[in-house]
Design a protein around this ligand. Structure first.
Ligand SMILES: O=c1nc[nH]c2c1ncn2[C@H]1C[C@H](O)[C@@H](COP(=O)(O)OP(=O)(O)OP(=O)(O)O)O1
Ligand SMILES: [Mg+2]
Length: 238
């Protein structure tokens, strides 16, 4: 059994990690998943994983007591830097355990890569307000639509980027990263996912990220790719 304590304050990320664990378990031949997807091909690419992973279940549990822990500053210029800072910081609250942190966000070509590492703080940074709306994801989405009001249909390319870092007792041990390419719509579609998902359109799927089931999001999304990359890079003996 390989257990990560996931140190994130974002419930949407936690749901993605639960879906990832279900996928890994299912592909080892387990039967724990009651919502088995019909798109289960090569979801976790087991052939490229190290033997300890093939032999074990991967568990992602929320870091115990996270609500009481003050959040660290996320002021690094890169996703990798912030993921590392978060993993190292939170690992001191779970002695001897593997602690996983995620830093992720959206890069929009027409905005020169913004909001990037500032994705969670996009509306606040832009001093964007909308009457009666205080949900931060909705504000960020409205802010994005406003900033892209004059960007034409062929110029709306964007990507999600995710970096995961694993630390134990204050030392960062390994990491992984993943991206997924898409386009920013002019109006939201779908009610799954979180964050920018209703505006993030995947041309090959004909759907937004908010219209995908979690197993498919894991298969093609930035977080699923980062997780497979991290597991591939994990040293075989821990
Ligand atoms: O799959 C995704 N689907 C939609 N939106 C996403 C996704 N992945 C990242 N995002 C957006 C949400 C947030 O605006 C920012 C992450 O900010 P980021 O600082 O990494 O996370 P957070 O503050 O929500 O939680 P925490 O730092 O405790 O992990 O990018
Ligand atoms: Mg954050």
């Amino acid at each position: 059994m390989l257990r990560f304590f996931v140190a994130t304050t974002n419930p949407g990320k936690l749901r993605d990690f639960s879906a990832a664990a279900e996928t890994h378990h299912r592909e080892r031949g387990g039967h724990r998943d009651v919502n088995a997807s019909t798109h289960s091909s090569a979801l976790s690419e087991p052939s490229v994983m190290n033997q300890s992973l093939l032999d074990s279940d991967v568990l992602f549990e929320p870091l115990p007591g996270l609500k009481e822990i003050p959040a660290p500053a996320e002021d690094e210029p890169t996703f990798a830097g912030n993921a590392r800072v978060k993993a190292i910081y939170y690992s001191s609250f779970a002695a001897g355990e593997l602690v996983l942190a995620d830093d992720s966000g959206l890069e929009v070509d027409a905005l020169d890569g913004a909001p990037g590492v500032r994705s969670a703080r996009f509306a606040v940074d832009s001093q964007f307000i909308a009457a009666g709306i205080d949900d931060i994801d909705r504000l960020n989405n409205l802010c994005l639509l406003e900033r892209m009001r004059d960007v034409s249909a062929g110029q709306r390319q964007a990507r999600y980027r995710c970096v995961l870092a694993a630390a134990r007792d204050g030392a960062c041990l390994f990491s992984g990263d993943g991206t997924v390419e898409g386009e920013i719509l002019t109006a939201p579609r779908g009610d799954g996912g979180f964050g920018y998902d209703p505006l993030f359109y995947l041309p090959e799927m004909g759907k937004t990220m908010a219209e995908l089931d979690l197993a498919t999001k894991h298969r093609i999304g930035h977080r699923g790719r980062a997780l497979r990359d991290l597991l591939r890079r994990m040293p075989p003996t821990r």
